[in-house]
Design a protein around this ligand. Structure first.
Ligand code: NAD
Length: 501
């Protein structure tokens, strides 16, 4: 077979799938994206109608308007996608790392060129503010492709003395809270290492993953190297169980993660799981309190609190509790909630009606169990799914709001007196994804960081993401890392069973 090399130029080809534009092309990118009435499955480098003949609606959470219909993949569609990835594998894994890197660089550049289009579409489909999609989600997604493009021809340096091999065909399932970013986190390292991919985005936010398929085609990524199938949990379950996969990477709830782990036991497939969290901020009396207030606000209200590593528990030293809570209340009152397409909006819509119902249920439980609720008095739009920034004080560690992942803009505040008590309370959770330490004392930071049972420990900052920094959890937050050298390791098979988590 002739060696396939990456294209040298950046000239964007005319893209039409079956004679129709799926979305507006980047050259004409404006505030308006054109969304197809029906979006199909991306299999073998082309958009195909589902063999299931079934579609579902995707809704703008800020308005409850239907944005379009999306194909619901059935078992035969999942099989066709895995077959396409299997056919693409031999040529893709034989390609030099340099050439794989070229494709990834190209995808990253096109993503940057089409950034505005992606930001608007993500905001429409997800409900998150345009300031976040524009400044965080889309640039970080491009950075992930850039970062992994750089590693594609240097894998031998990462794993010296061994010959790293790709797993083969990888099935990836992602959630709705960072749809484009999660797709980039999953796809970029898999391709850099020489794997081919079948990705299933979440059913409530599938549009940017489909737009990303246009980018793959524009970058002339060989057909079948990435396939995107849309659908609900049944499609996800069919994908992860497909016997043609060599590895599964899942990001989502702990409940589904456990189910997948059980289903894959004994199958020989490698598995990484990025699951839920219940992170604590520890605020000590010597911390720069105003800076800590900003960090805590960002930690819980960024992305409406739909963040697995959200700082949803605040443990504040008793001596500064009243002062800190007062500062927080005043800061919360200034959070602008509303139209996600307005660039001045801080907090957008809750992603879905079921998610809003869950947040309300947990807030009611918090009040019933004796915690005191404070909500900012912002006016919420009449249509759509909305929840005001919320804080509970006087929270006991046994209460549901202290134990369960709310995945919404709700902060649970408790106190501690000593560093030992702070550590005990912070670690008093089934999860272990992240935590934040706010103190002026470097020695204390080091002392605490070694004792926190969390995959990510932020010091005097929170929710900082970098493609070079490994991200992932322990205990019920899952296993395996994404980002950095550790993230790549999850996509290569090393001799001696070293690969994987
Ligand atoms: P979810 O588990 O309900 O769904 C996640 C994805 O899994 C979706 O694509 C869904 O269709 C699919 N799915 C559902 N049931 C499945 C099954 N039985 N088999 C295979 N796939 C199935 O989670 P969600 O509500 O979409 O996302 C929120 C959760 O994701 C939160 O718990 C959050 O903490 C977690 N999350 C974790 C990280 C991380 O990196 N640790 C990042 C983002 C979100």
């Amino acid at each position: 077979m002739a060696k396939k090399t990456a294209p040298e130029t950046d000239s964007a080809p005319e893209l039409s799938f079956g004679g129709k534009w799926l979305y507006a092309p980047s050259r004409e990118a404006t505030d308006h994206v054109r969304i197809a009435a029906r979006s199909e499955l991306f299999v073998g480098g082309e958009f195909h109608k589902p063999k299931s003949r079934s579609y579902f609606a995707t809704v703008n959470p800020a308005t409850e308007e239907v944005l379009g219909e999306v194909a619901a993949a059935g078992a035969k569609d999942v099989d066709a996608a895995v077959q396409a990835a299997t056919r693409a594998l031999p040529a893709w894994r034989r390609l030099s790392g340099e050439d794989r890197g070229r494709y990834l660089f190209r995808i990253a550049r096109i993503l940057q060129e089409r950034a505005r289009e992606f930001a608007v579409l993500e905001t429409l489909d997800n409900g998150k503010p345009i300031a976040e999609t524009r400044d965080v989600d889309v640039p970080l997604a491009a950075q992930h492709f850039f970062y992994h493009a750089g590693w594609a021809d240097k894998l031998e340096l990462l794993f010296p003395g061994v010959r790293p091999e790709p797993y083969g065909v990888v099935g990836q399932v992602i959630p709705w809270n960072f749809p484009l970013l999660m797709a980039a986190w999953k796809i970029a390292p898999a391709l850099a290492a020489g794997n081919t991919v079948v990705l299933k985005p979440a059913e409530t936010s599938p549009l940017t993953a489909l737009l990303l398929c246009e980018v793959f085609a524009q970058a002339e990524l060989p057909a079948g190297v990435v396939n995107v199938i849309t659908g609900d949990g049944a499609a996800g379950a069919a994908l992860v169980r497909h016997p043609g996969l060599h590895k599964v990477a899942f990001t989502g709830s702990t409940e589904v993660g456990k189910e997948i782990q059980r289903a894959l036991a004994g199958s020989g497939k490698a598995l990484t799981l990025e699951l839920g969290g219940k992170a604590a901020h520890l605020v000590f009396e010597d911390a720069a309190l105003d800076q800590a207030v900003e960090g805590v606000v960002r930690g819980i209200f960024f992305n409406q609190g739909h963040v697995c590593c959200a700082g949803s528990r605040l443990l504040v030293q008793e001596s500064v509790h009243d002062l800190f809570v007062d500062k927080l209340r005043r800061r919360m009152a200034r959070i602008r909630v509303g139209d996600p397409l307005d660039k001045n909006t801080d907090m957008g819509a809750i992603h879905s009606a079921p998610q809003l119902a869950r947040i309300r249920e947990l807030c009611a439980a918090g009040e019933r169990e004796g915690a005191v609720m404070h909500q900012s008095a912002c006016a919420l739009p009449a249509k759509g799914y909305w929840h005001a920034p919320t804080m509970f004080t006087g929270v006991a560690m046994s209460q549901r709001i202290a134990r369960e992942e709310i995945f919404g803009p709700v902060l649970a505040v408790s106190t501690f007196r000593t560093p030992d008590e702070a550590v005990a309370k912070a670690n008093d959770t089934a999860y272990g994804l992240s935590c934040g330490i706010w103190t002026d004392k470097g020695a204390r930071i080091l002392w605490l960081a070694g004792r926190m049972r969390a995959g990510v420990v932020w010091n005097n900052t929170f929710n900082r993401f970098d493609p070079a920094a490994p991200f992932g959890g322990m205990r019920e937050s899952g296993f395996g890392r994404e980002g950095g050298a550790q993230g790549l390791r999850a996509y290569v098979r090393l001799p001696g069973g070293l690969a994987g988590a």
